[in-house]
Design a binder for this molecule. Structure first.
Ligand SMILES: [Zn+2]
Length: 388
């Protein structure tokens, strides 16, 4: 006997999740929402546990055991950005069929849809016929470096397929760029500002490097095109150097943001080569290039799932059944899915809401999309995990 989750059930869960603050300024970060989800899954008859990552901060892992066949993971990050300029961010409200609140679209709405899809399965006789495991993983810290998904993988949690519920307006996302934040450090020689020829000015050489980044490297990257993601990019985000006008600048650093395509490797070597061409012939100037911790602690690799992958083709069937466009897209932002895919899990991004509304004062999702994502996740699980 099946008791499908209703639109009101998924809406209520999404509202409950929004009301539980889980951002970097909240005292216990994701602890409250993690405990809430564990007890919610247990109430739905689904085995669930916390996986502690840092202090009281823990991932949630819920599991419906199946046979030895291919397994599927629904994944959503439980943290959000802080309220910022959103009013009443943690008092979820529904107006004209739209749910408003911090995390409505990024991505507590999707988590509600995933959980309710699993609850529907758990209440049906299909639960005993799963040919592979069905997991939900709620991760911590995606907005601040993705330590949660890294811990998940390090704990050995693997499935054959993963659906990450970041907002795609219910399109099938198969690709996104990677990110590599790079610091270029230059060290020259200080001297009196009235005798610049006595010094080696790190700021001046930094200026030459920036010119080469903007001209040479950017042109090279513009030729590397991905059909869904466009071209690879470089952007200078910060420069700092010197101490005061009358001292030749002894040191300078440049921070750059490299967004990479799935096919790109050795992006650090590329920058090192460019810096060496400017600096290597200069007496008294030393330099080094390093990836910054923001992207190196959890490698922000690009996602590039094949359009021919089983998961993509199955999602296409699901979307067509619901009259949604099925042709795969690339998304503009980085996700935990890059990390899941780099550990060998076939991964797509598929969730309710528009990324344009994430992180800002208009964080919202249509209640119709919430109900639809629950249907999509459920249908996908049935197609992948139930023998026909
Ligand atoms: Zn997100």
């Amino acid at each position: 006997m099946t008791h499908p989750s209703t639109e009101s059930e998924v809406l209520r869960l999404a509202q409950d999740l929004i009301a539980l603050e889980s951002h970097c300024d909240a005292g216990d970060r994701e602890a409250n929402i993690g405990r809430f989800l564990v007890s919610w899954f247990e109430g739905a008859g689904i085995e669930s546990a916390l996986q502690y990552v840092a202090g009281c901060r823990a991932n949630v892992v819920a599991r419906m055991p199946g046979g030895d066949g291919p397994s599927l993971m629904f994944n959503g990050h439980m943290d959000t950005v802080p309220a910022g300029d959103m009013r009443d961010a943690f008092t979820p409200t529904v107006r004209d069929g739209v749910l408003w609140g911090r995390g409505a679209c990024d991505m507590k709405g999707a988590i509600a849809g995933m959980a309710c899809a699993m609850a529907t399965l758990a209440r049906s006789d299909e639960a005993s016929r799963l040919t592979g495991d069905l997991l939900f993983t709620g991760t911590i810290g995606e907005e601040t470096g993705s330590i949660g998904v890294k811990a998940l993988i390090e704990a050995g949690i693997r499935t054959d397929y993963a659906v990450v519920g970041e907002p795609t307006s219910m399109r099938i996302g198969i690709a996104h760029k990677g990110a590599c934040f790079i610091r270029i450090c230059l060290s020259g020689r200080a001297a009196h500002g009235s005798c610049p020829e006595q010094g080696v000015n790190a700021v001046s050489y930094a200026a030459q490097i920036i010119r080469n980044l903007e001209n040479e490297l950017r042109l090279t990257l513009a030729l590397r095109m991905h059909p869904l993601l466009g071209c690879s990019t470089v952007s200078v985000g910060r420069i700092a150097g010197g101490t005061q006008p009358n001292i030749v600048a002894q040191s300078c650093f440049i921070d750059i943001d490299r967004r990479t395509l799935p096919s790109e490797a050795d992006v650090l070597d590329e920058v090192r080569h460019l810096v060496s061409e400017v600096c290597n012939q200069v007496d008294g100037l030393s330099w080094h290039v390093e990836e910054m911790p923001e992207t190196s602690l959890v490698p922000h690799v690009a996602l590039g799932t094949s359009a021919d992958a089983i998961l993509v083709k199955t999602a296409l069937q699901t979307c067509e059944r619901l009259d949604l466009p099925g042709d795969p897209i690339g998304v503009t932002y980085w996700t935990d899915g890059g990390h899941l895919a780099s550990s060998g899990i076939e991964t797509i991004i598929l969730g309710p809401g528009d990324i344009a509304n994430a992180h800002g004062p208009a964080d919202r999702v249509a209640t119709r999309e919430l109900a639809m994502c629950m249907q999509i996740y459920g249908d996908l699980a049935r197609r992948l995990l139930l023998a026909s």
